[in-house]
Design a protein around this ligand. Sequence first.
Ligand SMILES: Nc1ncnc2c1ncn2[C@@H]1O[C@H](COP(=O)(O)OP(=O)(O)O)[C@@H](O)[C@H]1O
Ligand SMILES: [Mg+2]
Length: 318
Amino acid sequence: MAASTIRSRKLTKTYGEHTVVDRLDLDIDAGEVFGLLGPNGAGKTTTILMLLGLVEPSKGKIEVLGLDPRWHPLEVKRNVGYLPDAVGFYDPMTGRENLRFTARLNGLEDFEDLISSLLELVGLAEAADQPAGEYSRGMKQRLGVADALVKGPSVLILDEPTTAIDPEGVVEMLALIQRLAKEEGVTVLLASHLLHQVQTVCDRVAIFVRGKVVAQGTPHELAAVDKSGNIRVEFRLGGEPSKGRAALEALGTVSGITAGRAPGSWVADLHSESLAPAVSGLVSKGADVIGVHRLDEDLESIYRRYFEIEEAEEEVPV
Ligand SMILES: Nc1ncnc2c1ncn2[C@@H]1O[C@H](COP(=O)(O)OP(=O)(O)O)[C@@H](O)[C@H]1O
Ligand SMILES: [Mg+2]
């Protein structure tokens, strides 16, 4: 059995009467970029702090690289890089000096080459010897990623890594996250309330609302299939339009038939598994099937179905 890099079972955190994380089951595989997508207050930061062994769970199990962070907090911290939502550096020191400081704290020796290559990796080679206080917010966040990578972790946890960064900085950060996963094989857990960003970089996404995962899958899976497995499809049929509609109705497996934009086009809902039989059924009944297209609902409408996004105006489409 291949073990997940990060695994939780019924992970729960309560503060007094308030259940902040509610029986959370997570399975994050090695090398994937996993998105924890949810609005402010969903419980993302609390989950991360429990995974890192910094907050004690009320109930449930956690394994990070096969270790329980409650009993092995140091081993977990050694192998997991963490970029908190508010990253701080010593401003008068240069980017390079800040990384040297972290390297010494981690007990590393001979770290000059490592630091230069990390600065290169995060696109700060040219700014390496400027004071960190002069960096833009985006540059500071990328220095934060380099800082989290100094100890050579196999897992990187990023909490809202693009907050308050300008659009250009966001694009650079997202490209960096993808490069880390694809080229360096780092497993990434990305917590964000920003749908477009999660959709752009994540292999899999869990939509997290009030401490619970309400939907989980690849961005494509989440967008294509609702909870019942139904999909929306446009059928373009030649010939007499009313006959086309009758042929669809005769299938018995489609519902909610409405006229599409083009003449002879019909939009209907059906179960994803009955799409292929529907097409062959139409053909065998002599219908002139010109085209069949899935009208995949985008992840945004799924996300909105679960909650209103208060921060919508902050979103930067990429
Ligand atoms: N130490 C704490 N004591 C009491 N409530 C807390 C504490 N930490 C977080 N919470 C509450 O838990 C909920 C989830 O917070 P958080 O994990 O920060 O969510 P997110 O990161 O998704 O915005 C919020 O309602 C927050 O007020
Ligand atoms: Mg948070």
